[in-house]
Design a protein around this ligand. Structure first.
Ligand code: SF4
Length: 711
């Protein structure tokens, strides 16, 4: 553990600050300094003594974090030392979903023996594909998150098609740009115009605001936010384009129209660096602002004003968020937006271009961690976003394969975070299902499990991290001993492998050994050496590569305005090859006159932090943000209990009059636990498990609903 003694404390005792990295599902992957109050003692009689932490702050020397982190992580002491943390293995002896009283403590040996036995039993009955290891991004550390894949592949258990977050955005970005990379986010500082499109960094990636603030202060840069509601970020913007959800591509097409019409397109760049042709010219000339205005709900003047500002500002940087991708047409929308800097030539300019994410720059060889040498691609792959349909036996998901009769869950909480909650809960409630959940708290998924195992938090184990929002690899060691009998994901995976009789070098290594071997295999040198220093390594491409000055990542090197959707995914039927309004969304109708956006709450991160008092206090209660006019029309008032529903079910929650949306759009910030709602069902009761085109992806912000005053 790298420790610095700092005399900066006002108290007599010098603070001990340990370096770490935020593991949560956020593009910022902040470098942290963690105040260690009691280091803990790994050699204490009776087992390790837990350590205690105090403050958590952004590392001031990390070039991207620059000392800034979000409030929810700054309050981490209340999470890591929370009285409700799981401390011992538990076996359920009562009904599913009841809570702690339905469990009794058991030993680790008993727990692991039972899990191994039940998984093997299920396998003997139905074949290996009946077991479904299920995980996601509760930690973004590569060892502790992805080691479950090694066990999966070794056992030939059902694979997971990980679609719940990035797939739609990735599909759209790849269609135009060709690679999962973009311009270094720090170049925002050198921009004259920053466009935050479909994201709310004030709540979900605070560091973006740091760099925007620098550009505004130093250069008087303008900030434009494109978002269907007035978020915290939109409140700080010079211009907020408050469009209808799912219409972003129409806005982008109309902006391109204005750029062409008013001579603001960089014709030389289009000819040299893109696939622009007569077909593209005709397509965009047929999509004027007058066409886009009724689709987006924006005025012609607003669209033209933004287009002129964008077209006349060469140093324009688009920070592409995930929000607008979470729609059936989301990939097409992301593709459309990525084309804007190709029309103006901003891609080539310092301070210009766009960034969605940087996944491609790290070139990790994860064979050891994920057991890729054991991967059998003939084993079936189940779509994680369709957890509900899969677990309730939808033949469209299971095909000819067996039902899922054994689940092993790490790092996620599908009872809350997956679409179609009723199906998720029905699946988890099945009597023929064995479920083991390795968790930090008794989440609503864990409460449905047969065996619950207590998990470490990031400050209690070793790992390394990449970031999508910046360019650094970071390696960290544990800062404090874990409380109780908590074990890391890596320890549990290796212990199960032993009981199940499967072999792989990764099961024999410590987390630190896996980290070191992976870094060496990936050409990043020694992680151990880096631990002696600041622990981070810049993996950024050269500026020319970031700006695609030597060509985009498609064969031929050109940005593609005409997407080859068939090359990206099989479900491409009907997708518009060029930026357009694709109506394959959950459109309003007479019965469902509102469109619902299920946005992230500022103090939660998916379902994480819903247990911490500071976050709960700030978020108060599940709330329906609804336009005052719409509330009036419904005969309701601010604070009333409302019922929101569609064919998938209905939920109740309190209304807040909010004029930062169009009158037919409502927002529920979440992800609150189901039990925080009066009827025990939360927002994902309403969202659909339909797969976005062309290769899956959860469509959380693409939901038509009815609303009434809720009795
Ligand atoms: S901004 Fe994101 S990465 Fe940084 S501390 Fe908060 S959750 Fe973690």
């Amino acid at each position: 553990m790298p420790l610095d003694a700092s005399p900066a404390s006002p108290s007599a005792r010098p603070n001990i600050w340990a370096r770490s990295t935020c593991p949560h599902d956020c593009p910022s992957t902040c470098a942290l300094q963690v105040e260690v109050l009691e280091p803990g003692d790994a050699h204490a009689p009776g087992g390790p003594a837990p350590g205690r932490i105090g403050k958590v702050r952004g590392h001031p020397e990390h070039p991207y974090t620059a000392g800034v982190i979000c409030a929810k992580v700054a309050r981490y002491a209340e999470r890591i030392h929370h009285p409700d943390r799981l401390l011992n293995p538990l076996k359920r002896v009562g009904a599913k979903g009841v809570g702690r009283e339905a469990f009794r403590e058991i030993s680790w040996d008993e727990a692991l023996d039972e899990v191994a036995h039940r998984l093997a039993e299920a396998e003997a009955r139905y074949g290996s594909e009946t077991v479904w290891p299920y995980f996601y991004a509760g930690t973004m550390g590569h060892v502790q998150r992805d080691g479950i894949e090694r066990l999966r592949h070794a056992k030939r258990w059902s694979r997971q098609w990980s679609t719940i977050c990035t797939t739609l955005a990735e599909s759209g970005w790849l269609a135009g740009v060709g690679a999962k990379s973009g311009v270094d986010a720090r170049e925002i500082e050198k921009s004259d115009l920053v466009v935050v499109w479909g994201g709310n960094p004030v709540s979900t990636q605070v560091n973006v605001m740091t760099w925007i603030a620098k550009a505004r202060k130093a250069r008087g840069a303008k900030l434009v936010v494109v978002d269907p509601y007035r978020t915290g970020t939109a409140e700080q913007a010079d211009i907020h384009l408050c469009l209808k959800p799912g219409t972003d591509a129409a806005l982008a097409a109309a902006v391109i129209h204005v750029l062409l019409r008013e001579g603001l397109a960089d014709r030389d760049y289009l000819a040299r660096m893109t696939d622009w042709d007569a077909g593209a010219e005709a397509h965009f000339l047929a999509r004027p602002p007058e066409w886009a205005a009724p689709i987006t709900g924006l005025t012609v003047e607003a669209i033209e004003g933004f287009a002129r500002l964008y077209g006349s500002t060469k140093k324009s940087f688009i920070r592409v968020g995930y929000g607008f991708s979470r729609s059936r047409n989301g990939a097409a929308s992301v593709h459309a937006v990525s084309g804007l800097p190709a029309v103006t030539g901003a891609w080539a300019v310092e301070g210009g271009g766009a960034l969605w994410g940087n996944g491609a720059i790290y070139h990790l060889d994860k064979t050891l961690i994920e057991g890729l040498d054991l991967l059998d691609r003939s084993v079936r792959k189940l779509d994680q976003s369709r957890f509900g349909p899969v677990m309730t036996g939808d033949p469209g998901d299971l095909g000819d394969g067996p039902p899922v009769t054994a689940l092993f869950v790490q790092n996620t909480n599908p009872a809350n975070v997956c679409p179609e909650t009723k199906k998720c809960l029905a699946g988890l409630a099945r009597d023929d299902l064995f479920t083991c959940v390795h968790e930090q708290f008794l989440t609503e998924t864990a409460a449905m499990a047969d065996i619950v195992l207590p998990a470490t938090m990031f400050l209690e184990h070793d790992d390394f991290y990449t970031a999508s929002g910046h360019t650094w690899l970071q390696v960290t060691q544990k800062v404090v001993e874990a409380p109780g009998e908590c074990r890391s994901n890596h320890e549990v995976i290796c212990a199960l492998a032993k009981r199940l009789g499967v072999a792989h070098p990764g099961f024999e290594m410590t987390a630190l050994e896996l980290i070191e071997a992976t870094w060496q295999a990936s050409g990043h040198g020694s992680a151990l050496d880096l631990l002696e220093g600041d622990g981070w390594l810049d993996c950024s491409d050269s500026p020319d590569r970031q700006h695609f000055r030597e060509g985009f990542a498609h064969p031929g090197g050109r940005y593609r305005f005409t997407a080859d959707w068939a090359a990206i995914g099989q479900a491409h039927a009907g997708m518009p090859p060029r930026a357009d309004y694709w109506t394959a969304i959950d459109l309003q109708d007479e019965k469902h006159p509102f469109r619902l956006v299920a946005a992230p709450a500022r103090s939660y991160l998916n379902s994480t932090f819903t247990e911490t008092p500071g976050s709960r206090k700030r978020e108060q209660r599940p709330t329906l943000l609804i336009h005052p006019g719409a509330l009036d029309d419904l005969g309701a008032a601010d604070g009333d209990l409302m019922r929101v529903g569609n064919a998938r079910g209905s939920i109740r929650l309190h209304a807040r009059a909010f004029d930062g949306v169009q009158p037919d759009v409502v927002v529920i910030e979440s992800i609150w636990p189901n039990k925080a709602f009066p009827d025990g069902l939360g927002v994902n009761t309403l969202t659909s498990a339909d797969a976005g085109a062309p290769r899956g992806g959860a469509v959380f912000h693409d939901t038509a609903v009815w609303i009434e005053r809720g009795a």
